[in-house]
Write a protein that binds this ligand. Structure first.
Ligand SMILES: [Zn+2]
Length: 317
């Protein structure tokens, strides 16, 4: 089978992907962000309409299971706005779940595979679904990537379990793996764990939050290993280093690694949404990149690179 990108409305030819926000959140909640929940489908629709008006075609949501990812609304929102949406399976750090929730149960890999191949629990594409068997067929909303997270500090048992499960689900399905990094973690250890230990090809791995590593040798060497780097801007997700995105991108471009760079707004709070969200990625960062590096660079970072990063030879386990 040729390479496709799995959206909430079905499988897409990578050539149809268009301008892509490679890391964002329409819906998310965490005990760490009280009062900042993104949980309103009408507000999400407004975000998508503004993004489409600014030229956006596709948005990849990295919200994993159990964090209010709005699975019931994603298909209807994609229908209503015409924006392709890619949903995630996966799991975050344990601190993002209510007390008593097991963020890494024994059957984690199996859960990931089910969401990638059978569908997110209780969801369907709803009215207008075009795939499936006959009129009125219920077509599930499936995930198109696996999101996991490094823990802060040294590698924890939670990180070891979730990364092993992500790799297992990747090998079963082909799905790409997206990783939230912590500034005091070791992204090379994450890469070694997924790639060296569990055999995931570096070009199937997308590392997020590299703006938070001030040492340019870190992100340059990761790019040289062949991973994709998702850089966050205009993120107001709480980390001041996200404002460094332009400088990090400029450094990677100058070092010859433009083909490894993806862009995302990573909107995780209401405050971030008010500051511009995904549309601002296109109205602010993209024009600045075009002025500095020529008109072709935004097209590479926003269209060609995500088409390569998220396209998969899907396997059915
Ligand atoms: Zn994120």
């Amino acid at each position: 089978m040729s390479r496709i990108i799995r959206t909430v409305l079905g499988d897409l030819d990578p050539a149809e992907l268009g301008v892509t926000d490679s890391h964002d959140h329409l819906f998310i909640r965490s005990p760490l962000l009280p009062g900042q929940e993104l949980d309103d489908p009408a507000a999400a629709e407004g975000v998508l309409r503004a993004y489409a008006a600014a030229g956006g075609s596709t948005l990849v949501q990295w919200t994993p299971s159990g964090m209010g990812r709005g699975a019931d609304w994603l298909a209807a929102l994609s229908h209503a706005t015409g924006v392709h949406l890619v949903a995630a399976t996966g799991t975050h750090q344990a601190v993002h779940y209510p007390p008593g929730t097991d963020a890494a149960p024994d059957d984690l890999a199996e859960r990931f595979v089910t969401e990638l191949t059978t569908g997110l629990p209780g969801t369907s594409q709803g009215p207008g679904a075009t795939e499936g068997e006959g009129p009125g067929a219920v077509v599930p909303v499936r995930a198109g990537l696996i999101k996991v997270a490094d823990d802060a500090g040294r590698t924890t048992p939670h990180t070891r379990r979730t990364m092993a499960a992500a790799a297992e689900a990747h090998h079963a399905t082909g799905a790409p793996i997206a990783v939230h990094l912590e500034p005091d973690g070791d992204p090379h250890e994450v890469l070694f764990r997924l790639s060296g230990r569990h055999g995931v090809r570096p070009d199937r791995i997308i590392l997020g939050h590299l703006t938070r590593f001030p040492d340019r040798s870190v992100y340059r060497s990761l790019a040289a290993e062949g991973v994709h780097l998702a850089l966050d801007s205009p993120s107001r997700s709480g980390h001041p280093a996200d404002l460094r995105a332009f400088d990090v991108i400029a450094d990677l471009v100058e070092a010859g690694h433009a083909s490894r760079v993806l862009l995302g707004a990573d909107t995780t709070t209401r405050t971030a949404r008010q500051a511009g969200g995904p549309a601002r990625l296109l109205t602010d960062l993209a024009p600045r990149l075009a002025r500095a590096f020529g008109p072709e660079l935004p097209g590479l970072l926003l269209t060609a690179n995500p088409a390569a990063a998220f396209a998969v030879d899907w396997r059915t386990p």
